[in-house]
Design a protein around this ligand. Structure first.
Ligand SMILES: C[C@](O)(CO)[C@H](O)COP(=O)(O)OP(=O)(O)OC[C@H]1O[C@@H](n2ccc(N)nc2=O)[C@H](O)[C@@H]1O
Ligand SMILES: Nc1ncnc2c1ncn2[C@@H]1O[C@H](COP(=O)(O)OP(=O)(O)OP(=O)(O)O)[C@@H](O)[C@H]1O
Length: 290
């Protein structure tokens, strides 16, 4: 038995860190949406009691350090599953990029093995279990567009943004989310207006969305890596409607309404960074099972 799952990347249209909690995590308010850049996850049922991870990418671990492995292990332990699974990851999302690639792979495995092992769990139950793996996994279980609060695991669904192009560009460096949060000085940080972003989405107001993009973590990563600022500047000059770093970075995205301008931004970045993508928003909750 084989199951295919699509694991799309997310971008943060806004990310606000409110305060540091007693458990070391930050209380956040984030508006996230999925984009049409996805890993492909192929699950094969194994009769032996084991979990195998395979990928052609040299950047992802093939053992219990892989978030996809941890997702299968979690359901196996919790529901005493005696069957196994082979997880093949076709890696298309850049790694350690702020695009939740690992979290989306884990979420895809939760959805897939739930079907494969006949566990009958609801999406809400899978999202709750996913939060034990990482803060972005709950959102990734559903995909679409949502306001995420708590440490990221409390999800309120939102309407999809109006269709537009998203140009993504990642400099050749990875960023550790933990170190970015560690270097965040909340007294000096800039905070986006989450309420205005949510309102703009509810009204389908594209320019309202563009006006309200903001990320509290951006300043930290900009200080650490000047390439992020250079990409931002280049995208602005090439005519983007909005430009922002996603998550803890270092990927920068632009939102662009017009095809020709999106293509111009893509071309201007292509000679500068190796990982550049021009994709569509995928902000509605499509069935992610393929
Ligand atoms: C930056 C974002 O990607 C935005 O979507 C997320 O907030 C991070 O999500 P993630 O990669 O799933 O992060 P986790 O694996 O849960 O946490 C990694 C580390 O980031 C820090 N962390 C993460 C989430 C959060 N709300 N507060 C934090 O301070 C913690 O130091 C934690 O040890
Ligand atoms: N399936 C996976 N895909 C990619 N990275 C993984 C995976 N499993 C574990 N990792 C490890 O997790 C680290 C972060 O990878 P990931 O691509 O998920 O980061 P990210 O895009 O910054 O995520 P987020 O936006 O949720 O912070 C990498 O250094 C990698 O070694």
């Amino acid at each position: 038995m084989q199951i295919l799952e699509k694991a799309p990347a997310k971008i943060n249209l806004s990310l606000d860190a409110l305060h540091k909690r007693a458990d070391g995590f930050h209380e956040v308010e984030m508006v996230m949406t999925t984009v049409d850049l996805a890993d492909r996850i192929e699950l094969t049922l194994l009769s032996d009691d084991e979990i195998k991870v395979e990928s052609e990418s040299r950047f992802v671990p093939n053992d219990e350090r892989n978030l996809a492995y941890r997702a299968a292990q979690l359901l196996k332990d919790r529901f005493r599953v005696t069957q196994g699974v082979k997880i093949f990851i076709e890696k298309n999302i850049p790694v350690a990029a702020g695009l939740a690639g690992g979290s989306s792979d884990a979420a895809a495995v939760l959805r897939g093995v739930n079907r494969m092992w006949g566990l009958g769990l609801s999406m809400d139950e899978l999202a709750e279990l996913g939060s034990e793996i990482g803060s972005d996994v709950s959102f990734c279980v559903y995909g679409g567009t949502a306001l995420a609060t708590g440490r990221g695991e409390k999800i309120q669904h939102l309407p999809a943004p109006p269709p537009c192009w998203v140009v993504l560009s990642k400099p050749t460096l990875g960023v550790s989310t933990q170190s970015v949060y560690k270097n965040l000085d909340l007294s000096a940080a800039q905070h986006p207006n989450t309420e205005a972003m949510v309102e703009a989405l509810k009204k389908g107001d594209y320019y309202g969305i563009c006006k309200n993009v903001g990320n509290t973590l951006e300043g930290v990563t900009l200080q650490m890596h000047e390439e992020v600022g250079q990409i931002k500047e280049q995208m602005k000059q090439a005519g983007a409607d909005a430009v922002l770093m996603s998550g803890s970075g270092p990927t920068v995205f632009s939102l662009v309404e017009h095809d020709a301008r999106a293509q111009r931004i893509y071309n201007s970045l292509k000679g500068f960074c190796t990982e550049v993508f021009m994709v569509r928003m995928l902000g509605y909750r499509e069935p992610l099972d393929k």
